[in-house]
Ligand binder design. Structure first.
Ligand code: THU
Length: 159
């Protein structure tokens, strides 16, 4: 089983709805609080209802207390729309010098958190990642990004 990733050099080839969502993720970077890394990340989740939830990275003087844009968005979704179904996650990362050629991939902790939402809703979350250069990576699901992920089935036979 190979890693399923589609690469677009620019977003022109994407459907309009995907471009719109990437635009919302890009505009969410304005809410980033990143005085320590200077790395601004915006995330936008499209729910089946049409609702869009955004998130941005929130750093802290105590570094590990900060949170990535993806988890800010997905936890907000969980709190506000617990039954809502996530269809797509778009993430735009802007590096300080704006020279990222490769889209920033969600960190391991975010993949783990996202996987739980995907398993709970029993429907794949499609992922779009965009770099400064405009290049877009598309991945069909969180499980594709995190193969052999740890989930609740390991914890208790009741699950
Ligand atoms: N960051 C995100 O928000 N999402 C990612 O996918 C990668 C990293 C944030 C965390 C931290 O505020 C900064 O980027 C540098 O790691």
């Amino acid at each position: 089983m190979g890693f399923d990733l589609t690469i677009y050099e620019g977003e022109e080839a994407l459907p309009i709805a995907d471009r719109e969502l990437l635009k919302k993720a890009r505009s969410a970077t304005s809410g980033a609080y990143a005085p320590y890394s200077g790395f601004r990340v915006g995330a936008a989740l499209l729910l089946q209802s049409g609702e869009v939830i955004i998130g941005s990275n929130q750093e802290n003087a105590s570094f590990p207390s900060g949170l990535c844009a993806e988890r800010v968005a997905v936890f907000q979704k969980g709190a506000r729309f617990p039954e809502g179904l996530i269809e797509v996650l778009a993430v735009v990362a802007l590096s300080p010098g704006n020279h990222l050629k490769t889209p920033a991939a969600p960190c391991g902790n975010c993949r783990q958190s996202l996987l739980e939402y995907e398993r709970r809703q029993k429907n794949p979350i499609r992922i779009l990642l965009q770099a400064d250069s405009g290049r877009v990576y598309e991945c069909p699901s969180v499980s594709a990004l995190l193969p052999l992920g740890f989930d609740q089935s390991y914890l208790d036979s009741r699950f």
